[in-house]
Design a protein around this ligand. Structure first.
Ligand code: F6P
Length: 377
């Protein structure tokens, strides 16, 4: 009997999504026992029943394309803006799953998608997920696809910034994505030979950063590259943030709505102030070192364009393994990367966790050994 497989991509786009769609689609069609349908724009398309035919013609030309041919969104099934109000659309989504006679739905996404997918699997849908994000912060997988390409793009940016920083004897603060995880800044920072790498997992002291730059000046090097993750915080900001988060959960526990609202306002002011974090840091470093400083925010450049060979291979491995798991009747799992192979990890073991850079990670040790300042010593 023919099996019907649905695919959607959700959350921020990532290089390699099309390679994954292709791998699932081609493996499924190749089995001779499966048909595939794509849903547009993540869970919203599933809710609105907007589909895309995924036949061999469509699948044959997408391996190298950036973005996702299905489109994506950050919409959540249980909290979806519909006609000006936010509604729980889970029932509609379940109805559409059944309307298409789906035997399995593959949700490709990052941490948020894993959570939403888990909720749907708890409602009885056969869900499998693939871990993608340039942040590389999904728990229970060695790596996520998209990360490698973004690291290559960020590394190339640092390489290019080196020559201009060198020519003008400047500090260049380059901000990278990564949300609250430092994988991207750490990886690209090491690969690009950044002099300072600041990541969320290690709160930094601007005085120590300035001191590292001054030491370089004393050695006759009048430029420095500071690679900073978007989520990196100074020690002062980090204390303030931890304090606000603690107070918010206390207010929540005590059902103190008024206090919770006040803290939420303080948190949103905090986020607002942090939006020009790279600029603030560059000004501080300029004052403390006497060198001119500039900033470069890489932003969405890191998510665009063609996936690297490594990400194409990874997405193909995960997508084809996913179809094997479907053939075996496995669902409620994320298809994780484990060494050279894959592993079907139950979604409940994935959700609510994030993969941060551990303080004792080998890359941190390597960075320190080659003299990179991480802002703490
Ligand atoms: O999760 C991927 C990511 O690119 C993060 O690195 C970044 O914080 C966020 O998405 C940006 O989201 P948006 O594309 O919605 O601005």
């Amino acid at each position: 009997m023919t099996q019907h497989i649905g695919i959607l991509t959700s959350g921020g786009d990532t290089p390699g999504l099309n390679a994954a769609i292709r791998a699932i689609g081609k493996s499924a069609l190749g089995s001779g026992k499966m048909q595939v349908v794509g849903f547009r724009d993540g869970f919203r398309g599933l809710m609105e029943n907007r589909t895309m035919r995924l036949d061999r013609d469509v699948l044959s030309s997408i391996l190298t394309l950036g973005g996702t041919i299905l489109g994506t969104s950050r919409d959540k099934p249980h909290k979806m803006p519909v006609g000006g109000t936010v509604m729980d659309m889970t029932d509609v989504i379940c109805d559409n799953y059944n309307r298409h006679n789906l035997d399995a739905l593959v949700c490709i996404g990052g941490g948020g998608t894993q959570k939403n997918a888990y909720r749907l699997s708890q409602r009885g849908l056969n869900i499998l997920t693939l871990p993608k994000t340039i942040d590389n912060d999904v728990a229970m997988t060695d790596v996520t696809f998209g990360f490698h390409t973004a690291m290559e793009i960020a590394t190339e940016a640092i390489d290019r910034l080196h020559s201009t920083a060198h020519s003008h004897h400047r500090i260049i603060v380059v901000e990278m994505m990564g949300h609250n995880a430092g994988w991207l800044a750490l990886g690209a920072g090491i690969a690009g030979g950044a002099d300072v790498i600041l990541i969320p997992e290690i709160p930094y002291d601007p005085i120590k950063v300035a001191e590292a730059i001054r030491q370089r000046q004393l050695r006759g090097t009048r430029f420095s590259i500071v690679a900073v993750a978007e989520g990196a915080m100074s020690e002062t900001d980090s204390k303030l943030y931890t304090d606000l988060k603690k107070k918010k959960s206390e207010a929540k526990e005590n059902s103190d709505g008024k206090k919770k609202k006040k803290i939420e306002e303080a948190l949103s002011e905090f986020y607002q102030a942090r939006s020009n974090h790279a600029l603030r840091l560059s000004k501080q470093l300029e004052e403390m070192t006497g060198l001119e400083a500039r900033i470069t925010i890489l932003g969405h450049l890191q998510r665009g364009g063609t996936p690297s060979a490594i990400d194409r291979v990874l997405a193909t491995r995960l997508g084809s393994a996913c179809v094997q798991y479907i053939e075996q009747g496995i669902s409620g799992v994320m298809v994780a990367v484990r060494g050279e192979g894959t592993e079907a990890v139950p979604l409940e073991q994935v959700v609510g966790k994030k993969r941060f850079v551990p303080a004792d990670h080998a890359l941190i040790e390597s960075a320190r050994r080659v003299g990179t300042c991480l802002g703490d010593v």
